[in-house]
Design a protein. Structure first.
Length: 108
């Protein structure tokens, strides 16, 4: 992969670029789904910015590194272990503006 294509896919809310395996996963997902917009967000992030994932849309799974506490059963000692937290993201084109149903009824 050339450097000009390194920073393509980014988080809609944070404006930060995805890297490594997450970037590769989004590249594959975008190619399969024919996405032209490089912005992605989680279901909850969509709600926070007044959007909702369209019914029937499927996201792709990404991960972030994290540390978890693990107790040694023999010694009872607690240690930190590297792990991954998995989450799903959706392309911005898989979302739409959230419509307040009460307001929509008032307008109709």
């Amino acid at each position: 992969m050339t450097n000009e294509h390194k920073d393509i896919y980014k988080n809609y809310m944070t404006d930060e670029f995805y890297t490594g395996e997450n970037h590769d996963a989004l590249g594959t997902f975008s190619a399969l789904m024919n996405f032209t917009d490089p912005r992605f967000l989680t279901f909850r992030q969509a709600l926070k910015v007044g959007r909702v994932v369209k019914k029937g849309e499927k996201g792709t799974t990404l991960f972030r590194p994290c540390m978890v506490k693990v107790e040694d059963k023999n010694t009872g000692e607690t240690k930190l272990k590297k792990s991954r937290k998995f989450f799903s993201v959706f392309n911005i084109s898989q979302t739409t503006e959230l419509v307040d149903t009460d307001t929509a009824r008032e307008i109709a």
